[in-house]
Design a protein around this ligand. Sequence first.
Ligand SMILES: Cc1cc2nc3c(=O)[nH]c(=O)nc-3n(C[C@H](O)[C@H](O)[C@H](O)COP(=O)(O)OP(=O)(O)OC[C@H]3O[C@@H](n4cnc5c(N)ncnc54)[C@H](O)[C@@H]3O)c2cc1C
Length: 315
Amino acid sequence: MGTCVIYDIIIVGAGPAGLTAALYAARFRRSALVLHDGTPRAGYIPLSRNVPGHEDGIAGAELLERMTRHAEASGAHLVEARVTAATRAEGLFHLTDADGVVRSARAVILATGVAMNKPPLDEEVHQAALDAHVLGYCPICDGFEHTGQRIAVLGCDISGAKEALFLSGYSDDVTLVPQRNVDLNPDERRDLERAGIHILTDPVTRFEPTGREMRLHCEGRAAPLAFDVLYPALGSRPRNALAQQLGLEIEAAGTLATSSPFGTPIPGLYCAGDVVEGLDQISVAMGHGAVAATKAHNWLRERDGETAQAVLGAE
Ligand SMILES: Cc1cc2nc3c(=O)[nH]c(=O)nc-3n(C[C@H](O)[C@H](O)[C@H](O)COP(=O)(O)OP(=O)(O)OC[C@H]3O[C@@H](n4cnc5c(N)ncnc54)[C@H](O)[C@@H]3O)c2cc1C
């Protein structure tokens, strides 16, 4: 196989979860390698205002840069490589990247995040809309900044309804807009109407973000509708392929069990961040990363007979 180094811990992912895991693992004096393909969702964040300790906000890119420096200064190594295959044999994990390079470790932390479903916008236009705060993906993160504004939610189904109801806590002007069809049952409609949420029936044919607002061109309407912000509620695709290859059970939503930062049925395998079922937030991803690295470290100590139980022979 041509493998020469066996790492204590390989972490797949260099978002907030993976970089926190790397920091902890390195500070436990473990040989820690981070493999990442340069596509963290955190990199989309123009300015996050709910990362504790950053009262003036911090851009996702800056946060990742700082976290990378911190992990590297503590001894973690980062390599940009897309991992395409993961196997486990005789107590070792083997990760193969897109160039066919195989790297091995005794423990693995998967912090691969999720890919979000986006409206049809060119990448550049999409990022400019995020930067102008006329497009958002995380009401929990930045609904507060849109208090009292004209808010649109894309997706006339149960996910869109939940997001619109949540956002009605910030504004009386919330509109649910269908991407294609309206798929709401009478109870959902009633709840939305009670909350004062407008329900449009004409699907959006074109998204036109400007530096100040999001214009939505809808079928059968001559003029576009203008909103201060649009939140697509189109769901996301957990990046769970490696977890599946290693034999982890995937939940209906595609995510991994909430307990997986603490350990999985596969000895030495831990998961952290958005790929785990739960609140997709930076602070949660960081917490998962810390838990996963500590659990992995202690698991390795146990295997190496370095815990009090192993040394003293206590039960
Ligand atoms: C526009 C936007 C704004 C947001 N604002 C906020 C906010 O203000 N506050 C907040 O708390 N949260 C916010 N979020 C959510 C936040 O970005 C995520 O919760 C956070 O990034 C999760 O961290 P993570 O490490 O789990 O995943 P990610 O940040 O997505 O990182 C995943 C990592 O895995 C790597 N990867 C995946 N698969 C592979 C593979 N096969 N091989 C190699 N590498 C791989 C990627 O390259 C990446 O490095 C926002 C999200 C978006 C999209």
